[in-house]
Design a protein around this ligand. Structure first.
Ligand code: C2O
Ligand code: CU
Length: 492
């Protein structure tokens, strides 16, 4: 059977209502004009103003340098709203090149998705754009530029949607944005040491695009700083806790090319949410978090002391990512780092089960299936899906209402955190009934691994689907899920 061919015909009688009609305005218009878009809704609108501009930043340790920022800060300002509210962000572009903002993980209207060339033209220098969308689903999300290498230059920030009514109990909460940095002017775009894809021998890059002067930037930089909320240890802001408290951490990996293995010394972590979606809580010693992934975890503050939440060194000195967890009233000069050794529990996707089993679409085969072979990196600087380099890629066509299976097989030597815009997918787990398959929007596919996910095509448009390693994405590991008959395909 041909890839993506319809598996069977099903008629879905569902209505796809999106409460908010998006507005996309290319120029600054008086605010009064926007309220039209909200006719018929009386939901509260939360308005934010973001100026994308170069700015000198300091991460507390290391040199000052020029990054690209929202409102002069890295990460960008935290957006925190309640489910059901409408977020409106007025973006002004003071950068020397076009930009957009993508609202990673939010299943919003296609026109608001912020992918240049797919959902909108880039917002050019000196221009403005108004993003507006409803936040129906609570959880931890992030936003980031989707233009060129801007994510690795500093253009990202946290987006927290609180539940309309509290649904879990904890005493204290922290949001931790994890970042990999090149602390030089230009950040990830700086002239700095870069590493060729694993397995690619030196001297093999004599062909085609891979020999051009553009080649260097396609390679991942060698990062010289790992920051939490824009601060590098020991300048990282401590998390203060009181004995007896239950503490929630929202971990958001906004890094361009770094997967972390995190551990909190002296404590176990209980994972409660994966990519914003509630899971049946599971305990773990080590939490692995890929680019674009988010995990909410709880820990019981039952072991007074000064501890570090830190990453393991897997060869890139990520152990420099560190945050002190400090109990009030405990004096100590030393913070205890976590130890990584054999026998620690490391939660994996197959341990996850959805907490609120969704009733829809249980049972039966998917309507359509696509194989997605992830490749590249061996003898070329390109990263591919089914051997194709984006934009010369296969389009994954779907029909509204279908249940679509994506079957990833990683034939390369690096892990790829695959991300689908505009939808949550369920992670196929043959040991569980379908309604308990966990919902996510980003999933790490390890070398030689096969993972399947399934999503319901209920949000028409053209949606980017790609590896969330920025350098793999830019080197071709991407394609587009396009709804047939949707008016928004490849317009820009
Ligand atoms: Cu954070 Cu195209 O994604
Ligand atoms: Cu990748």
């Amino acid at each position: 059977m041909e890839n993506g061919q319809k598996v069977k015909m099903t008629i879905h009688r569902r209505e796809f209502l999106k409460a908010v009609a998006g507005v996309a305005l290319g120029a600054c218009l008086p605010a009064g004009l926007f309220s039209k878009a909200l006719a018929g809704t009386d939901k509260p609108v939360r308005e934010f103003h973001f100026s994308a501009s170069p700015a000198k930043v300091s991460l507390g340790s290391g040199p000052e340098f020029m990054a690209w920022t929202y409102n002069g800060q890295v990460p960008g300002p935290e957006i925190r709203v309640k489910a059901g509210e409408i977020v409106r962000v007025v973006l002004r572009n003071y950068l020397p090149e076009g930009t957009t903002i993508h609202w990673h993980g939010i299943p919003l209207q296609n026109a608001m998705d912020g992918v240049p060339g797919i959902t909108q033209p880039p917002v050019m220098p000196g221009e403005s754009f108004v993003y507006e969308f409803e936040t129906e689903i609570p959880g931890s999300f992030l936003y980031h530029s989707h233009a060129r290498y801007q994510l690795d230059q500093g253009l990202y920030g946290p987006l927290i949607v609180e539940p309309a009514r509290p649904e879990e109990s904890y005493d204290r909460e922290y949001t931790l944005v994890l970042e990999d940095w090149v602390m030089k002017d230009g950040g990830g775009r700086a002239r700095t040491e870069r590493r060729p894809p694993m397995g690619m021998m030196n001297g093999m890059m004599g062909r085609g695009r891979s020999s051009g002067p553009d080649q260097g930037p396609l390679w991942e930089p060698v990062y010289d700083g790992y920051a939490v909320n824009g601060r590098i240890y020991p300048a990282t802001e401590s998390l203060t806790v009181t004995k007896g408290e239950r503490v929630k951490l929202r971990l958001i990996n906004a890094s361009s090319a770094t997967i972390y293995h995190l551990r909190l010394a002296g404590h176990t972590l209980r994972i409660t949410h994966a990519d914003g979606n509630p899971i049946r809580p599971i305990e773990t010693d080590v939490l692995r978090i890929g680019m674009g992934e988010r995990y909410d975890v709880l820990f019981e503050a039952n072991n007074p002391g000064h501890w570090l939440l830190a990453a393991a060194d897997t060869g890139f000195r990520e152990d420099r990512l560190r945050v002190p967890v400090v109990y009030k009233g405990v004096n100590s000069n030393a913070t205890e780092p976590p130890r990584f050794h054999q026998g620690l529990r490391l939660a994996s996707y197959s341990d996850f089960a959805a907490r609120d089993a969704g009733g829809e679409n249980s049972g039966g085969d998917p309507d359509r299936a696509y194989n997605q072979v992830l490749g590249g990196g061996m003898h070329s600087a390109f990263w591919t899906i089914n051997g194709r380099v984006y934009p010369d890629a296969e389009t994954l066509s779907v029909d509204n209402g279908e249940r679509v299976r994506l079957a990833y097989g990683n034939h390369s030597m690096m892990p790829h955190p695959m991300h689908l815009h505009g939808h949550f997918f369920r992670v196929v787990n043959r040991l569980l009934p379908r309604e308990q398959w966990v919902l996510k929007d980003t999933i790490i596919v390890d070398p030689m691994q096969r993972i399947e996910v399934e999503f319901t095509a209920d949000n028409p448009g053209s949606w980017f689907h790609h590896c969330h390693n920025l350098y793999h994405m830019e080197a071709g590991m991407a394609n587009v899920v396009a709804y047939r008959g949707s008016s928004r395909s490849e317009k820009f």
